[in-house]
Design a protein around this ligand. Sequence first.
Ligand code: ADP
Length: 481
Amino acid sequence: MMLETLSIFKNKCLINGQWLSHASLVDVTNPADGSLLTHVPFMGAAETTLAIDAAQQALGSWKLLSSATRADILLKWHDLIVKNVHDLAKIMTLEQGKPLHEAQGEVLYAASYIKWYAEEARRVYGDIIPSDDATKKIHVSKEPVGVCVAITPWNFPAAMITRKVAPALAAGCTIIVKPALETPLTAFALIGLAQDAGVPNGVINVLSGDARKIGVQMTASPLVRKLSFTGSTAVGAQLMAACAPSIKKLSLELGGNAPFIICEDADLQLAATELIKSKFRNAGQTCVCANRIYVHQNVYDTFAQIFLEKVAQLKVGNGLEPSTDIGPLIDEKATRKVIEHINDALSKGASIAIGGEVLELGENWFAPTVLLNVTQNMLCTKEETFGPLAPLIPFSTIADVIAMANDTQFGLAAYLFSENHRTIERISSQLEVGMVGVNTGIISTAVAPFGGIKTSGMGREGGRIGLDEYLETKYVCYDMR
Ligand code: ADP
C-alpha cells in the first residue's frame, strides 16, 4: 500500500501530543477510482472536549513564550513541510484528486503562510497614545485571543489549515483543527510535522469525525474564544448562530460567485490564458474560481474561439500522472451539480460549445465544458457551480456588466480584463467583492488579505490583517499622580 510507505503518513488524531485512534472508524477513499486509502477516527463530543481542555491547558505557557521563540518553531515547521513537499503532495492527490503539480503548489503555498506569520509574529506592536489628561498615560497592547478552533474544507486540504493555524500560533493562541472527512490525511501529516518541529503538546490538536457533533461542542464551549471556518455559506451561518451565545470572535470564508469580466479592449489571449487558470484549477473547485464569464459583445465570438482552443487541449486524468491538467471531482454529488447547471442553462436557451458529459473514467469525472449564449437568469450564473463549467455571457455596456456582476448575494473575488486604466478603476471600484484580479486570474498569496463581503463571509486571512484576527486589544490607563 503506497500510503503506508510514506514516513509522514498518519491515520490518527492528535490530542494533547498523543496520536489517538478510536473505536469508530470511517473510510478515506480516492476520488479518482473510489479505492479505499485507509480508515480514520470518527470522533465526537467527548474527544472534542478533551482537545479543548488540552488547548486551554497549553495556552498558559505558549502565550508567554517570546514571539521570537514561537517564530523559530514556526520556521522549523515551514522547513519540514518544504522538505516533505513530495510526500505531502502525494497524500493530497490520493485523497483529494488534484493533479500532483497543483498539490505540490498548494503545499508550498500552505508553507508560505507559516513563514510569513513567523516573520510577522515579531511585529505585534502596541501603541502609546498621548492622553488629553496630563496625569494619565495610555498604553495599548495586543494579546492572543486564546483557544481557537478551525473547521476546514476538502478543496485545499493543506492551505486552508495553515492560513488559520499559522497566524493563531504566531499570535500565541492554541488551536483545534477539524479537517473535512474527505481529506483528513493531509491535515494529519502536516500537523505531525508541526509536532516534529517542536510545537508543544496541546498547542495544535486535530480531530476527524462527526462534523455536527464536533461543531456543537466547539461552538458551545466557553473556553473556545474564536472560530475560523472555511466552507459553505449555509454551514457558516449555522456556526455563526451557534457562536452567538458565547460571543466568539469569528472568521468566515464562505461561498463565492466570481464574475470574470472581459472588456472590449482586453488582451484576449491573456484573458483566455488566465481564465483557464482561474476556471479549471482544482477542476473548478475553488471558492475564487471564475463562475460567470462576462464578455463584451463585440469580442464575444473571437474570445470564445481562442478560449475553446485552449479548453480542447486540457488533459483530464488521474492526478498522479504528470501530464494531467484536470483530475476528478471530489464526489458524485459534485458531478450532479454540474449536470444540473448545464441542463438548466440548456432549457433556457444556452448551448454547449465543448464538453458537457460525464467521462468514461467514472462518475466523478466531468469534461471541461463551455456554454455559450448564457444569460443572467440561469442557475450557473446565480450559484457557484464548483466544477469545470465555463458559461460565457455577452454584455454591451460597462454600467450593465457592473450591475450584472453585483447582482448576487456573494462578494468574494472578481476578475477584470482591460487595457484601459480608467475602465479598470471604474469597474474595480464599483465591484461589491473583497478581492479583484486585474489582468490576472490568480490572486491568492500569503502576504495579502483574502476574504469576502456580503454572504461570502467576514474577516480576512493572509497579510497583516490575518494576524489581527487572532489578537485582542488591551488598553491600560495609568494614573501618574
Ligand atoms: P463543502 O461544500 O466545502 O463540503 P461544508 O460547509 O459542508 O462545505 O464543509 C466545510 C467544513 O465544515 C467541513 O470540514 C465539514 O465537515 C464541516 N461541517 C459541515 N457541517 C458542519 C456542522 N454542522 N458543524 C460543524 N462543521 C460542519
